[in-house]
Design a protein around this ligand. Sequence first.
Ligand SMILES: C[S@@+](CC[C@H](N)C(=O)[O-])C[C@H]1O[C@@H](n2cnc3c(N)ncnc32)[C@H](O)[C@@H]1O
Length: 280
Amino acid sequence: MDFKHYLQVLKDHTPYDFSNYSDNSIKRRLQKVIADNDLSIDELLAKTQNDKAFVEQLVEDITVNTTELFRDPEEWPAFYEVLLPALKGKKTFNIWHAGCSSGMEVYSNMIILNELGLLDKAKIYATDISHGMVRKCKNGNYRYEFNKRQLQAFETILIKHPIAGISKVDFSKYFDIDHEKDQITAKEFLRKKVEVKQHDLVQEKSPFYCKFDIIFCRNVLIYFNATLQSKIYQMFHRQLYPKGAMILGSHESLTGFYKTKFKKNGPLYVKTNAFHYKYH
Ligand SMILES: C[S@@+](CC[C@H](N)C(=O)[O-])C[C@H]1O[C@@H](n2cnc3c(N)ncnc32)[C@H](O)[C@@H]1O
């Protein structure tokens, strides 16, 4: 199958444009969808054009949704070390988790903010391209045994690198645990705190009217090519308050023109100078 032709059909008949993703990962995943559904090329094209539910599932299947509670645990103390002085001085602040997957990053952040006594001041927004991931983020429902390991790993890091005095967290304050079903569910006060929306970063427009103090976009842009990455950096720069911070994944780094518009401070990219944007 001509992969580029397929992405063009997808773009022409659905809201989704994957043509500026790095080829390999999408290609491999698309091949798996075709094999798993036992589809001929004609069937794939017909479903892409006529079957909305198939397309939504396809989007979920060809994007990478891997995430964890307190993913890269050593990064979290580092985030707050740099962010805390600025956040403490604010009456309110806005945080956007772009590419939130099932929401584990969002709940991790809210838990720490709550431990620091800052959650009440925070407005938390989260978006993902996949409707399925948006539902999961709203539900805040995860496997228990697997995630227990993550929570323990995070606590181990906290002992070495406490965040403003926090070296232990009572996770039963934040999750209801069902041992029989091997499930944890984020408590209602956390689930209600976050506004979760389906949103495609490729559209290059913010889904919210406000500006942000912090934008988390970890392990998302790594799947985009340099041209698309640059457009998203531009949008984030526009959506951040002066001195607002962008947080990328631990294996990602800002390259290209926008490197000059953010100053790296530990794991954060802090918006430096405002400049004039073209109106679209
Ligand atoms: C690997 S996960 C990262 C989740 C979380 N940020 C973390 O680091 O653990 C990448 C997420 O980005 C989402 N994504 C991919 N393309 C996107 C796009 N164009 N707009 C918004 N989200 C997108 C995927 O659906 C997936 O849930």
